[in-house]
Unconditional design. Structure first.
Length: 305
């Protein structure tokens, strides 16, 4: 007997597009619980810089995969897939709807498409040989080994680049998607024009500065988190760390950081746009999004396309 795959909703889009607000709205409408798909919000203490949703903003909707790891440790896509699968199973057991929400494309692929993650052990000799290289040089190396994966990896994150090179060196490529996804997923993308997105990024960055993002990074460093580690924890922590080290003044930091966030958002857009399963909506089209999701959720297994 073949059992129907569990239904889930997946909300994607670039940074600053409004995914978190939409996930809460969908959770309230469909008795849902949110499973974060953000590679930095898994870390405790990384709150303002990652835009982590607050308890007040959750409006009573349970959120999962937030604050599940120490920022000093490396949290892998394998870790994410394992914990997210458990969270989804528990949400379904409560007869609630799992809502996957985030902008980390590889996390979403690994979970929703059932990527078989390789059991490639660490290659310490290779890691040591790659350690001195800049992120741009590592990116070019990965591009030679696996240009398809190089298009979606965070090209500014040396740790992820080295791990991808490690896997590609061992296997010849980074693993592809399996043909048997474990879930019946409804994909919703939040679209916006680049001008509006740039404005949102600018406004959000200033808001985070006013909310104490620099002080947050200071406290993390005083608590033992090295500036070197912050460099691999995403753009906000990388550039604020450089500011605190005296490498950038405040104006230089804000200008460079905003530009990098915008470039990252454009790469997210490019990557998600390749997935033909995603239906795109404007941020404020809550009615259209709800109707689309409801139609999918009400489909019988035999009718689902």
């Amino acid at each position: 007997m073949i059992f129907p795959k569990p239904k889930i909703v997946v909300i994607v889009g670039p940074t600053a597009s409004g995914k978190s607000d939409l996930a809460v709205l969908m959770g309230r409408k469909f008795s849902g619980e949110v499973v974060s798909a953000d590679s930095r919000q898994v870390y405790r203490g990384l709150n303002i810089g990652t835009g982590k949703i607050t308890p007040d903003e959750m409006l009573g909707i349970p959120h999962h995969l937030l604050d599940v790891a120490s920022a000093e440790d490396v949290f892998t896509v394998s870790d994410y897939k394992q914990l997210a699968q458990v969270a989804i199973s528990e949400i379904i057991e409560r007869n609630n709807l799992p809502i996957i929400c985030g902008g980390t494309g590889f996390y979403i692929q690994a979970l929703v498409d059932g990527i078989e993650l390789p059991n490639v052990p660490p290659n310490e000799r290779l890691r040591e040989s790659l350690e001195p290289f800049s992120a741009s040089a590592l990116y070019e190396k990965l591009k030679e080994l696996d240009s398809e994966f190089a298009d979606i990896v965070d090209r500014n994150n040396p740790h992820r680049l080295i791990r991808a090179i490690e896997i590609a060196t061992a296997l010849g490529h980074v693993p592809k998607i399996t043909s048997d996804p474990p879930y019946d997923a409804c994909f919703v993308g939040i679209s916006t024009d680049l001008y509006t997105l740039r404005e949102r990024i600018h406004t959000r960055l200033l808001s985070r500065i006013e909310s104490g993002m620099i002080d947050e990074v200071k406290m993390l460093h005083e608590g033992g988190l090295s500036f070197k580690r912050m460099d691999s924890l995403g753009l906000e922590y990388r550039y604020v760390a450089r500011h605190l080290e005296g490498k950038l003044d405040l104006e230089e930091m804000l200008t460079q950081l905003e530009n990098e966030i915008f470039q990252y958002a454009k790469r997210q857009f490019t990557w998600f746009k390749r997935d033909g399963r995603i239906s795109w909506f404007e941020k404020d089209d809550s009615r259209g999004i709800s109707e689309y999701a409801e139609k999918h959720l009400n489909k019988k297994p035999a009718d689902a396309g």
